[in-house]
Design a protein around this ligand. Structure first.
Ligand code: GRF
Length: 330
């Protein structure tokens, strides 16, 4: 194989240069000549029946520096008619995985479209998604007197988002509690005895204001059963003594504190209880005590008790209201 190979190279070299002095270097400089400028008869003669080995070119070719002007030859568009391909190409079944190339989000600013699009004429039925009623609990305060407890409750819930004092009810047109309500922009309602006990109109008023809880704060009338049933466990009263002592009909205001003083009790306090059809007999939910000193007068006792009322009543009401979310039996 080597002999035939050298022979071929020497003969080609001779053919191109006319030299009679063959050298073994020919093999290093001539492979491209062999490939591109063959003398076919000489090559065929020399390599007949022999395998030819061709070294890769080692010649360095610098990039062309010839400047070629763009062609100015006018080539008219082809007039050859090529009928559309009739080859049927099946859709590709090649699986192409999703591209993993990262493409950054476009930063091109697009102006809003000015194309007029008519409003949809598609009929959409009303949503059937259940939306619960407002979660703000509305409470009503019933009071007959000055309304110091009512004021404390109104102020306590003034900025609350879940509880709102939505109505003040009184049986006295000149009750101080009505002024407090107006001062805070709270609606008021005056009840008369015949309507209160002879009809259930008040339920309609309470429903209109969406009242879910009633607070009796110095309301002196006995509560009729239609109201007790509608607001079962959703109506509380505050009593200025430790029930069941010093309660019942006629036990209100200074009468209570005078009775406590007269009894010689060492302590008194407040009681917050649910309301039923009897004076001061509903289930007790909260009590707080204070000492009665030998020198305390009924007025001293009243001041101590009132301090407890103002401190605890709003907080207890808040807890009871948040615990009573079920609807009212209007
Ligand atoms: C309070 O002492 C309360 O215990 C009783 O009535 C009084 C109301 O006082 N049920 P005010 O009108 O709140 O000052």
């Amino acid at each position: 194989m080597d002999i035939g190979f050298l022979t071929l190279d020497i003969r080609l070299f001779d053919w191109f240069s006319g030299s009679k002095s063959p050298t073994s270097n020919v093999n290093l400089f001539c492979p491209h000549i062999k490939n591109n400028c063959l003398n076919p008869p000489a090559f065929a003669e020399a390599s007949a029946g022999k395998p030819v080995y061709r070294l890769p070119s080692t010649v360095h070719r610098p990039p062309s520096t010839v400047h070629r002007l763009p062609s100015t030859v006018h080539r008219p568009p082809s007039t050859v008619h090529r009928p559309p391909s009739t080859v049927h190409r099946l859709p590709s079944t090649l699986h192409r995985p999703p591209s993993t190339v990262y493409r950054p989000p476009s930063t091109v600013h697009r102006l809003p479209s000015t194309v007029y699009r008519p409003s949809s004429t598609v009929h959409r039925p009303p949503s059937t998604v259940y939306r619960p009623p407002s979660t703000v609990q509305h409470i009503a305060i019933f009071a007959s007197g000055a309304g110091s407890n009512a004021r404390k409750i109104i102020e306590y819930f003034k900025n609350a988002t879940d509880v709102r004092v939505a109505l003040v009810v009184s049986n006295k047109k000149d009750a101080g509690v009505l002024d407090i309500a107006r001062e805070h922009g709270i609606p008021t309602h005056i009840i008369d005895r015949s309507s209160f006990y002879g009809t259930e109109d008040l339920l309609g008023i309470l429903k209109k204001h969406d009242i879910g809880f009633i607070v009796l704060a110095g309301f002196l009338w006995l509560i009729p059963s239609y109201l007790v049933q509608a607001y079962e466990k959703k109506m509380v009263n505050i009593h200025p003594a430790l029930l069941p002592q010093f309660g019942g009909k006629g036990m209100y205001g200074m009468h209570v504190h005078e009775a406590v003083k007269a009894s010689g009790a060492a302590e008194t306090g407040i009681t917050i209880h649910f309301v039923n059809e009897h004076y001061d007999e509903g289930d007790i939910v909260f009590q707080e005590r204070c000492a009665v000193l030998p020198e305390d007068t009924p007025a001293d006792i009243a001041r101590k008790v009132q301090r407890l009322e103002h401190l605890y009543f709003p907080k207890v009401v808040e807890k009871l209201v948040s615990a009573s979310n079920n609807p009212i039996n209007f």
